[in-house]
Design a protein around this ligand. Structure first.
Ligand SMILES: Cc1cc2nc3c(=O)[nH]c(=O)nc-3n(C[C@H](O)[C@H](O)[C@H](O)COP(=O)(O)O)c2cc1C
Length: 360
């Protein structure tokens, strides 16, 4: 038995326990078919991570409405046609001993409009040309998130992660800058969090009692205020309708951007909140065993691994074998990524990230 805290199993409020504290972060990889069905390459990339020891394997952001699609080759979780691929993936992840989660998403004003489609958001947005959703359309978005969760449940996923971060649609509702609605979805923080809350409630009542619900939030930028996001987190912990909160920090050791909060880590504003048995995870620049361990020591229950999992499918297994494991330095070669199950389509997307892939 290892006495590394990263390998303590983690019970969850609902659904299967995690075998360790390392989760695969949701990673867009542009490998799905044009109609949102999973491809063999995408299934392989994720199954390799489950086999590599991750406790929780999350899909990339999958759209819940076609007009919320944010990337070419994006996964869809919106149609019966998506069920077969999702079922094969959930089955394969389970076979590798990993808990499965589908990330569900709507891009809002940051979606990529197809011919004849309009961009939509919480309010009119001059920068993107998006228009405000009508009240009926907000309810439809909510219901489509719930339907996506139901589809994931039917496919055999252990749960979903609701994507409320990174300036996408739910984040647009949370933001006091981007959301200027005057109906029950705008104005007070209670109203701006209503869409997220109704989605959580709806998934909770539509899906089986042990279906895991995670929520991913940003805590600053994207028109968000740290104090509001902290209060929202505190409320989520008290209500305990979600099973885990995932903080997308981009750097787990960073300090807050807002001056009034500087002097300690952004993460500490969330780890200090009482949370009962709702679990807390964070993502951002965890490239070594030591950094992952420090996130646990700083109060997270588990850690999201993004780029380090692209570089090594078996990051957890390597950390288990070597408590001082460090990710390979970037840029890496195309051959390295090929051996790690990263197809040409994914590599094309990754080439937008500076200094990740060595030019041939
Ligand atoms: C290639 C790439 C794709 C990503 N796609 C998603 C996504 O689909 N959904 C999401 O919530 N975050 C996405 N992220 C953010 C990651 O989940 C993660 O939070 C971020 O990369 C920071 O973790 P890291 O430093 O370990 O990579 C993406 C990041 C990268 C690098």
């Amino acid at each position: 038995m290892s006495n590394d805290p990263l390998f303590d199993p983690l019970t969850m409020r609902r659904g299967p326990a995690f075998r360790n504290r390392l989760a695969l972060a949701p990673l867009t990889n542009q490998q799905s078919h044009d109609d949102g069905r999973l491809s063999a390459e995408e299934t392989r990339w994720l199954t390799m991570r489950a086999a590599g020891g991750f406790a929780l394997t999350l899909t990339a952001a999958g759209y819940v409405q076609r007009n919320g699609r944010g990337f070419p080759g994006q996964l869809g979780v919106s149609d019966e046609a998506h069920l077969e691929g999702l079922t094969a993936l959930a089955t394969a992840i389970r076979k590798e001993g990993s808990v499965s989660g589908a990330q569900i998403y709507h891009g809002g004003s940051r979606a990529v409009a197809e011919e004849g489609e309009e961009l939509v958001s919480a309010s009119d947005d001059a920068a993107s040309g998006a228009r405000a959703l009508t009240l009926g359309e907000v309810e439809k978005v909510r219901d489509d998130f719930i339907a996506a969760a139901k589809l994931a449940e039917r496919a055999g996923f252990d749960g979903v992660q609701i994507h409320a971060a990174h300036g996408y649609l739910i984040n647009q509702f949370l933001s006091s800058e981007l959301n200027r609605r005057t109906d029950r979805y705008g104005g007070s923080i209670e109203n701006r969090t209503r869409l997220a809350s109704e989605i959580i409630d709806g998934v909770r009542s539509a899906c089986r009692p042990d279906f895991q619900i995670g929520l991913r939030i940003s805590t600053e930028r994207y028109g968000l205020k740290l104090a509001e996001m902290r209060d929202f987190a505190a409320e989520l912990f008290i209500q305990a309708k979600i099973d885990y909160l995932d903080l997308s920090l981009w750097d787990i050791s960073k300090e807050p951007a807002e001056e009034a909060f500087q002097g300690r880590s952004l993460l500490s504003y969330f780890t200090e909140l009482p949370r009962g048995d709702v679990r807390l995870a964070a993502a951002g620049k965890v490239m070594t065993a030591a950094t992952a361990r420090s996130a646990i020591e700083d109060g997270c229950d588990f850690v999201m691994i993004g780029r380090a999992a692209i570089l090594r499918h078996d990051f957890p297994e390597r950390v288990r074998q070597n408590g001082s494991y460090v990710s390979p330095p970037t840029p890496v070669s195309v051959a390295h990524l090929e051996a790690e199950g990263i197809s040409q389509a994914f590599r094309n997307y990754l080439s937008a990230f500076p200094d990740f892939i060595r030019p041939e």
